[in-house]
Design a protein around this ligand. Structure first.
Ligand code: 5GP
Ligand code: MN
Length: 336
């Protein structure tokens, strides 16, 4: 492990830096990555953000977005950049499997690896770690890294601020989750003072849906929602045909699971979607219910207690049935 003094020394001269984040990046993944990117380029570093897959267009407004390299669309350049990097920042994930084929490239690289993340149980591949599972977003930790660890608050300019604000806004479900502490609000206040235009960012992220996506949401709510009152559980299940009919792209189903959780009395919600060769599950829960436990035990996944995900190679129908069969095991926790 590297200490902060050595890392500061390393960053004192321009370096070749790669910043990467988990596949199907969400607002926190892209926001924290571009926030760090906009910080590093001010110091003359040659920084590149490389994402394992593409991500929704409603994040394209973010400063630096035009420079992002998408691995699946630029495998050669991505591979060379990772091999050539002196420092690799790994943001918003902590197991290399979360960055698909890029994982082994990062593992093999001789670069110093810096992990900034808020997920449980990090894999041991990093040289420096800024990690806190209580943080509401990785963007919050990037702020802490810049301000408290690198002591460089003056470099939080309006571009850095806008990106980090987006990460906190989206990962805290618009400041609604229990980990949105007073400290988080103080950070977002700082970011607004530094130039993040909070109301405009909200508009860009949340009022930027395609007509197709809005109609797809309508179908999910009226025809694909099933409420299992005996288990205080609600599920939304979506087939490949639905996805194709409404042209639903990467990340565009993000947040739909929260509508299932918004039914009064519901403690567990699942969004189950048939994607390419896999069925993907997104779980959300209230209070102490361990959504990550279900994902870990049955669906090759994991995550946080109240927000977790996993996948299966079984058919959509099989996964829905399996999910329903699991519920009795958790009945006590669900109906208390
Ligand atoms: P989402 O439902 O938004 O895809 O994921 C919710 C949370 O669960 C994310 O914070 C992510 O860390 C975690 N998660 C989602 N899919 C997986 C997975 O396949 N494996 C692991 N370990 N975590 C996942
Ligand atoms: Mn996050």
């Amino acid at each position: 492990m590297l200490d902060i003094t050595s890392l500061i020394e390393l960053l004192a001269q321009p370096k070749r830096i790669v910043i990467t984040t988990h596949h199907k990046p969400d607002g926190d993944a892209i926001g924290s990555s571009l926030g760090l990117y906009n910080y590093l380029i001010q110091q003359g570093h040659h920084a590149k953000v490389i994402t394992p897959t593409d991500y929704p267009e409603y994040f394209n407004w973010m400063p630096g977005n035009g420079e992002v390299i998408i691995y699946t669309e630029n495998i050669k350049e991505s591979t060379e950049s990772i091999a050539d990097a002196e420092i690799i920042f790994c943001l918003d994930f902590n197991t290399l499997s979360r960055i698909n084929e890029m994982g082994e490239l990062v593992r093999k690289s001789n670069a110093i690896k810096v992990l900034i993340d808020h997920h449980l149980e990090p894999e041991d591949f990093d040289d420096y770690r800024c990690w806190d599972i209580n943080a509401c977003a990785t963007a919050q930790l990037v702020y802490k890294f810049i301000v408290e660890e690198l002591n460089n608050k003056k470099l939080i300019n309006k571009d850095v601020a806008a990106c980090l604000y987006t990460g906190i806004l989206t990962d805290s479900a618009s400041f609604a989750l229990p980990n949105t502490t007073s400290a988080v609000h103080r950070i977002t206040a700082d970011l607004i003072d530094a130039g993040a235009v909070n109301w405009r960012i909200y508009d860009l992220v949340y009022n930027n849906s395609s007509e197709d996506r809005l109609r797809f949401l309508g179908i999910c709510l009226c025809c694909r929602l099933e409420v299992l009152y005996d288990f205080n559980t609600a599920i939304i299940t979506v087939s490949k045909q639905d996805i194709e009919k409404y042209n639903i792209g990467t990340g565009e189903t993000e947040g739909i699971v929260n509508y299932a959780l918004s039914v009064s009395g519901i403690r567990l919600a699942a969004f189950i979607v048939e994607r390419d060769e896999k069925v993907k599950l997104s779980l959300r829960s209230k209070g102490e219910f361990p959504a990550n436990d279900i994902c870990k035990k049955y669906f090759n996944g994991g995550g946080h207690r109240n927000a977790a995900g996993g996948s299966s190679t079984d058919s959509l129908e099989q996964v829905i049935n399996q999910f329903k069969l699991i519920l009795p095991e958790y009945k006590k926790l669900l109906i208390q």
